[in-house]
Design a protein around this ligand. Structure first.
Ligand code: PLP
Length: 382
């Protein structure tokens, strides 16, 4: 395959070699179903149990609180739908949540509260909306589009004070590479992760459920995961997820420093060479891996096309909304003007990102923006 500059780590990450290696035996000779009674099944069950221990150690929860799911979307759906179904009451989330949360809350007729100019939940609006009719509050740890970090300690304090009956869920899918999950877990009752965002495989996720938290399962059947998520375990995926999460956790402090420097080089390079560009959220409010900029009077569809031609993989809104170029609901919630929001570019860095790639990306973006602006000013020949 041609060499690409991959700056779309928030969409998905390349698998870690050690995670690929860990999963292979469970796709070949160790293929047993862990729910069985024989020794072969017990071998698979042991692998799932060990993975559960590893994941629990990184989250800082108990192994019994780890529920393996099919993806981050399923974890979010389970937390919100499961809480409303069991407890009764309304769901609540901020307007900048990933659709895996926002669409669930909307479908349940829940409450959507505003965010500030950086995309953080508006704490005054949250306080006003909280009462004893609220069953579950879902606030993402890190925004997938602009990289902003929510203050979960402040959110948690408000929820506990104003709606003591409500469960607090966090979508931590975009936090796993950049924040110590042990600092998030004490604030919440439920926490969602997705394997493919930290070097694990696609199609496997985690929902941490604090012991005693009343949540109905989304998927019922064989009663796996102590009746919290039925379906035969994806043993290979679970094993690989745990290996990837443990490695991510061990490397996080050094990687965060390295990637923060590369991000500064990327954004700094663009700001130095181009006019009519601004960084959407100040770096101190966001995670290291996220570079989000906006170009005035540029259509990001055209920009992404030119970047793709140059071999640079980036995105406009979140790629999870399947390539759609509609104006981003996150930027709209943040109050960004349409003339800037249309020229939004998300470049997300990760474990495999190098300084050389960053320099190539700066060059490609500068060329593409100049090209588009020159075209805009050149009268089209009849
Ligand atoms: N939540 C956030 C914040 C995400 O960024 C994503 C994926 O992009 C998801 C949830 C969905 O995760 P999955 O792709 O595992 O369904």
């Amino acid at each position: 395959m041609e060499r690409l500059v991959y700056l779309d780590h928030a969409a998905t990450t390349p698998m870690r070699p050690e995670a690929v290696e860990a999963m292979l035996p469970f796709l070949t000779e160790r293929y047993a179903n862990p729910s069985g009674a024989h020794r072969f099944a017990r071998d698979a069950r042991r692998a799932v149990d060990e993975a559960r221990d590893e994941v629990a150690a990184v989250i800082g929860c108990r192994p019994g609180e780890v529920v393996f799911t099919g993806c981050g979307t399923e974890s979010d759906n389970t937390a919100i739908t499961g809480a409303v179904s069991r407890v009764g009451g309304r769901a609540l989330c901020p307007a900048a949540e990933h659709h895996a949360v926002l669409h669930v809350v909307e479908r349940l007729g829940g409450i959507v509260v505003g965010v500030d100019a950086a995309g953080r939940v508006d704490l005054d609006a949250l306080a006003d909306a909280l009462d004893d009719t609220v069953a579950v509050v879902s606030v993402m740890a890190v925004n997938n589009e602009v990289g902003t970090i929510n203050d979960l300690a402040a959110v948690s304090a408000l929820v506990r004070e104003r709606a003591p009956r409500a469960l607090l869920h966090t979508d931590a899918v975009q936090a796993s590479c950049w924040l110590d999950l042990r600092t998030l877990w004490p604030q919440v009752d439920l926490l969602a992760l997705s394997g493919h965002k930290f070097g694990g495989p696609k199609g496997v996720g985690v929902l941490a459920v604090r012991e005693g938290t009343p949540v109905d399962p989304l998927i019922v059947g064989g009663g796996q995961e102590r009746d919290r998520r039925s379906g035969t375990h994806n043993v290979a995926g679970i094993v690989a997820l745990a290996v990837a999460l443990a490695a991510t956790d061990a490397e996080r402090p050094a990687e965060t420093r390295r990637i923060a420097e590369l991000r500064a080089r990327l954004v700094g390079g663009l700001l130095a060479q181009l006019d009519g560009v601004r960084e959407t959220v100040p770096p101190e409010l966001k995670v290291a891996g996220s570079a989000h900029v906006m170009f005035e009077d540029i259509e990001n569809e055209a920009l992404l096309y030119l970047l793709d031609e140059a071999g640079v993989c980036a995105s406009a809104a979140s790629a999870c909304s399947s390539g759609a170029m509609d104006p981003s609901h996150v930027l709209a919630a943040m109050g960004v003007e349409r003339s800037w929001a249309g020229g939004a570019l998300r470049m997300t860095l990760g474990r495999t990102t190098t300084a050389e790639e960053v320099d190539l990306a700066v060059e490609a973006v500068v060329d593409a923006v100049r090209n588009l602006r020159a075209r805009g000013r050149t009268p089209v020949a009849p």
